[in-house]
Design a protein around this ligand. Structure first.
Ligand code: MD3
Ligand code: FE
Length: 207
């Protein structure tokens, strides 16, 4: 029973919980090939979350800007492929939230530990905003900040737990959003003090 959190945005409580051990072990395999790293922003600050990714490209940041890169700049190699179980989970969650035929081509993997946060921002580096975004939370609880179309709007706060999936589409696709700093005592039996987020997107146009 999806919970409406904004027009076009749906929270699926515990949707991925039964898949979590497999998802976490796939994250470890991906990180063996393309390690977690803390990107530098164009402004010269180091991000507090660590990231890796999989799929035909992955989101990266450095002094030159934000972009999707088909090669991992750290390894010079292509990113690991999207595991079938990732694609299936994301497509099924999107369908259950009313978005049929969502086929992600990229998955950004964020890893947060005590104090890691993500400031309010919009996701605008994708070619086509008609596709939804699917996010899967694993590990420690965190507070998600969900704002409006303008940065000034005071964001709503949503506690996201291990296994929760959120599908963001339609009018919510370009809303400002972020993550409050992960608390000192945040922890989960499967991940310790870490929180992981899988963010599935359509970065390039469907051909
Ligand atoms: C709402 N990551 O990587 S995922 C990001 O928890 C990012 O790691 C956060 O924001 C995280 O860009 C949030 C949930 C999310 C992703 C994209 C959205 C929410 C969104 C796009 C529009 C509205
Ligand atoms: Fe984002």
């Amino acid at each position: 029973q999806p919970i409406a959190i904004a027009p076009g945005a749906w929270l699926l409580k515990g949707y991925a919980t039964e898949h979590a051990p497999e998802l976490l072990s796939l994250i470890n395999s991906i990180a063996d090939q393309s390690p977690f790293r803390q990107h530098l922003t164009p402004g010269g600050h180091r991000m507090s979350s660590a990231q890796t990714g999989c799929g035909t490209a992955s989101w990266v940041s450095d002094r030159r800007g934000y972009r999707y890169d088909r090669l991992d700049p750290e390894t010079g190699q292509p990113w690991p492929a999207l595991p079938d179980s990732f694609t299936r989970l994301a497509s099924q969650a999107a369908a259950d939230a009313g978005y049929a035929d969502f086929l992600p081509d990229v998955c950004l993997i964020n890893r947060y530990t005590t104090g890691s946060r993500m400031g309010l921002h919009q996701d605008k580096d994708e070619a086509d905003f008609s596709a939804p975004i699917v996010s899967v939370s694993l590990g420690a609880d965190m507070t998600f900040l969900f704002g409006g179309q303008q940065r000034q709007a005071r964001p709503d706060r949503w506690l996201l737990k291990h296994g929760d999936v959120v599908v963001w589409g339609g009018p919510s696709r370009l809303h400002f959003h972020g993550v409050a700093p992960l608390g000192k005592r945040a922890s989960h039996p499967l991940t310790g003090a870490m929180r992981y987020n899988l963010t599935f997107r359509r970065a390039f146009r469907n051909t």
